[in-house]
Structure formats: structure tokens, C-alpha cells
Write a protein that binds this ligand. Structure first.
Ligand SMILES: *[C@@H]1O[C@H](CO)[C@@H](O)[C@H](O)[C@H]1NC(C)=O
Ligand SMILES: *[C@@H]1O[C@H](CO)[C@@H](O)[C@H](O)[C@H]1NC(C)=O
Ligand SMILES: *[C@@H]1O[C@H](CO)[C@@H](O)[C@H](O)[C@H]1NC(C)=O
Ligand SMILES: *[C@@H]1O[C@H](CO)[C@@H](O)[C@H](O)[C@H]1NC(C)=O
Ligand SMILES: *[C@@H]1O[C@H](CO)[C@@H](O)[C@H](O)[C@H]1NC(C)=O
Length: 358
């Protein structure tokens, strides 16, 4: 309930309206009016309304309230170090009533780094913070633009909402293939994520997987990815359907570690197209916008998610990548996040997947 200035309101209402008003208040007023109604619990009530949630079970309600209060504390911590007006902002999101452990289990891949350890030979690398001027000079030498957004070139499809299907490895990789295909053919087409969720070997559908294992399977099997409309998204593990059809096929791929040489990532995005990367997205639970520069652990053992990098901008004080996520358009900045260039933020430079199409 909003904090209604009753005295002023009453003055402005005629009697009949006042009756309606009072009735409304009586009916609309939430049943649970805690002692800190205008504090965190009031905030929680508003949260439940805004996000259409209800917890009728008193035990569950109290647990969720406590989690929500803890989220507010975390958000305050994350909002320290606002060094400039582009710094990421954290706040209330659709994940604010989830315990970080629950968020990790339901939305991310807690075991991703175990998978990666066996795949990437140069897995453990020290973090190196790069000099931004060095990166800008390198961009000039590579002769690439200072800013590039493949969305503006009609090479990026709509943001998907993965919901409880933790197939970020499939969403980010298929997103990248859609972009490369659009750049190549001049026509943007949505490709089937469900096809790889159901069919890819070395992967585990909505339970988990990994970008480079998928690319390795796509290359070895020469499978053609069909249009999304031919093999629609169900967000559940299903039986692999064989659809004889034309589709997009990869020619080759590489998974590379660019910690300390992120200028090469920019060159690849500019010269080849979007890339797909593994990240640690634990703190993204609270992300509402801006460029993530701090508070995102880049330890390689913490990688737990994958996104498509669809562009970058080197023009401002805080150069950044543009990352397309798969948590719906109601997350972050219309489904996107911005990540600082040059500090392996969130571990994004450990595993960069680059693909060419047949
Ligand atoms: C909540 O439900 C209303 C009415 O159905 C809808 O308009 C609104 O978009 C929903 N909000 C969220 C966050 O889903
Ligand atoms: C409320 O939820 C708790 C925990 O999930 C459960 O143990 C309990 O039985 C539920 N109570 C009711 C009345 O449903
Ligand atoms: C943000 O800061 C930059 C330079 O530090 C300045 O040019 C710009 O106008 C600022 N933008 C806003 C919205 O305050
Ligand atoms: C994740 O790894 C832990 C320990 O390495 C293991 O116990 C657990 O079963 C794994 N979970 C999944 C979903 O593979
Ligand atoms: C806060 O910003 C400073 C200056 O940019 C940086 O050195 C420091 O590591 C940041 N702190 C955290 C907790 O990230």
C-alpha cells in the first residue's frame, strides 16, 4: 500500500467518494500488516504485488521475507563504488525473493567450472587489468570501429526467457549462430535452441552444458540447425526429432582464452561477428542496469553462465561490451547487460567461442 496522506485526501473527497475510498482501502489493504510495514516488509508487499507473487503459507512467507531483506542488504553493498555515472546499478529484480543458492541452482550452472577444467588447457590464468589506452591503440591498429553494435545492423534476434531451463550454453551459442548467419546472408532468422537442447551430445539439455562442447558436437556431427519455427522452444528436455531440412551449419570454431588481451575479442567481434562467452553471473541476480566494473568475481572456478557478446563501445571513460542474456526482456537493460572491457570482469575472457559458418 502506498503511504497515503489521509488528511489531504479526505479534504478533497466528497462524502460518496469517501465511502468508496474507505471501502476500497478496507478491501485492498493486505491482510499481513507487520510491525515494520513501512520498512522492508512494506517493500516486500509492494514487491509481491509488482511481480504477481503470493506466498499464502506463513512459514514460506516469513522465509521469503527474510531472503528479500537480505537481498536489500546485498544490493546496498553492490551499489558501493559508484565511481562514475555509468557504473552498474543494483536493485529489486524478479530474482530478489530467491536465496543466492537457489538462484545459482535454478538459473545458473553451479558445475560449469568442473566441466570447463577438463576442456580448456589454459584454464587457470591470473587476472590482468589492462590499460584502456593500450586497448584503444590496439583497436586503431586492428582498424576496427571504436563502437559497434550488431543489434543496429539487424544481426541480433529477440531476447529469450530461459525460465527454469538452464541451457544458457544453448541460448548463447544459438544466438551467436543467428548473428553470424544474419551477417552472412543479410537476413535475420531465429534458429532452433530446442534442437540442440534435445539433440546435442556431450550436453545435458536444460540441466546443463557448455558452449565449446556444443560447438565440438556441431562440428563433428555436421548437424544443421533448423529454423526456430520448425523445431519450437519448449524449455524442457525432449526426445531428439530428426527434421530433414535446410539449416545453418558450422564450418569451424575455436574456444580461446583472452585474459590480458581483450583487444583481440573486440577485433573478433568486429571482423567475424558476435562471440559467446562463459561468465560468473551470480551477482547479476540484482543487476538493473549500467556497466559492471566491480563486484563480479572473475575466479575461473566460479564460472556458471554463458552469454552472447553482440558489440562494444570504446568511446567513453568506461569502455564496455554489450551482452545479450537469456533471462527475458524484463531483466537488466531490456534483456541486455553492459560489462567493462579490459579487466576480465565476471571471468568473461576465459572462454571465448568464435565460430565460422559453412
Ligand atoms: C502482473 O500481472 C499483470 C496483470 O495480469 C500484468 O499486467 C503485469 O505485466 C504482471 N507483472 C509482471 C511483472 O509479470
Ligand atoms: C508450509 O510450508 C512448509 C515448508 O514448505 C511446510 O512444511 C508446511 O507443511 C506448509 N504448511 C501448510 C499449512 O501448508
Ligand atoms: C556522465 O559523465 C560524463 C563524463 O564523465 C559526462 O560527459 C556526461 O554528461 C555524464 N552523463 C550524465 C547523464 O550525467
Ligand atoms: C555438481 O558437482 C557436485 C560435486 O562436484 C556433485 O555432487 C553434483 O552431483 C553435481 N551436480 C550436477 C547437477 O551435476
Ligand atoms: C572500487 O573502485 C576502485 C577504483 O576504481 C578500485 O580500485 C576498487 O577495486 C573497487 N572496489 C571494489 C570492491 O571493487
Amino acid at each position: 500500500m502506498p503511504n497515503i496522506p489521509v488528511a489531504d485526501t479526505v479534504k478533497n473527497y466528497r462524502f460518496a467518494e469517501l465511502v468508496v475510498f474507505v471501502l476500497l482501502v478496507l478491501f485492498v489493504i493486505p491482510i499481513k500488516i507487520g510491525k515494520d510495514y513501512y520498512g522492508d516488509e512494506g517493500c516486500f508487499q509492494k514487491y509481491l504485488q509488482t511481480f504477481n507473487r503470493s506466498y499464502d503459507n506463513e512459514t514460506v512467507y516469513q522465509q521469503k521475507l527474510q531472503i528479500f531483506k537480505n537481498s536489500l542488504v546485498t544490493v546496498n553493498l553492490l551499489n558501493t563504488n559508484q565511481t562514475n555515472n555509468k557504473t552498474a546499478k543494483y536493485g529489486i529484480t524478479k530474482y530478489s525473493d530467491m536465496h543466492p543458492k537457489e538462484f545459482l541452482q535454478s538459473t545458473l550452472l553451479p558445475n560449469l567450472s568442473t566441466r570447463l577444467k577438463n576442456i580448456l588447457p589454459q584454464y587457470f590464468t591470473l587476472d590482468i587489468e589492462e590499460d584502456i589506452d593500450k586497448i584503444k591503440r590496439a583497436a586503431k591498429e586492428f582498424n576496427i570501429p571504436v563502437r559497434l553494435d550488431w543489434r543496429e545492423k539487424n544481426a541480433v534476434t529477440q531476447v529469450i526467457n530461459q525460465e527454469s531451463c538452464s541451457a544458457c550454453w544453448a541460448f548463447s551459442s544459438i544466438g551467436m549462430l543467428e548473428s553470424l548467419n544474419a551477417i552472412k546472408s543479410g537476413k535475420s532468422t531465429e534458429l532452433s535452441v530446442q534442437q540442440v537442447i534435445d539433440c546435442a551430445a556431450y550436453s545435458d539439455g536444460c540441466n546443463g552444458g557448455e558452449i565449446c562442447s556444443l560447438l565440438s558436437w556441431l562440428k563433428d556431427s555436421r548437424v544443421k540447425i533448423v529454423k526456430a519455427e520448425e523445431y519450437p522452444l519448449t524449455l524442457r528436455n525432449g526426445k531428439c526429432k530428426n527434421i530433414p531440412s535446410e539449416g545453418v551449419q558450422i564450418k569451424d570454431y575455436e574456444c580461446l582464452n583472452f585474459v590480458g588481451s581483450e583487444e583481440v575479442i573486440l577485433a573478433l567481434i568486429a571482423k567475424n561477428g558476435p562471440v559467446s562467452v562463459a561468465v560468473n553471473a551470480l551477482s547479476w541476480q540484482y543487476y538493473v542496469g549500467g556497466v559492471i566494473q566491480f563486484h563480479c568475481d572473475s575466479n575461473p572456478t566460479k564460472l556458471n553462465h554463458a552469454v552472447e557478446i553482440v558489440g562494444y563501445d570504446l568511446t567513453g571513460d568506461v569502455p564496455y561490451y554489450i551482452a545479450k542474456n537469456s533471462w527475458g526482456e524484463d531483466f537488466g537493460e531490456k534483456g541486455y547487460l553492459y560489462l567493462a572491457i579490459g579487466k576480465n570482469i565476471c571471468g568473461l575472457a576465459y572462454e571465448v567461442a568464435v565460430v565460422t559458418l559453412v
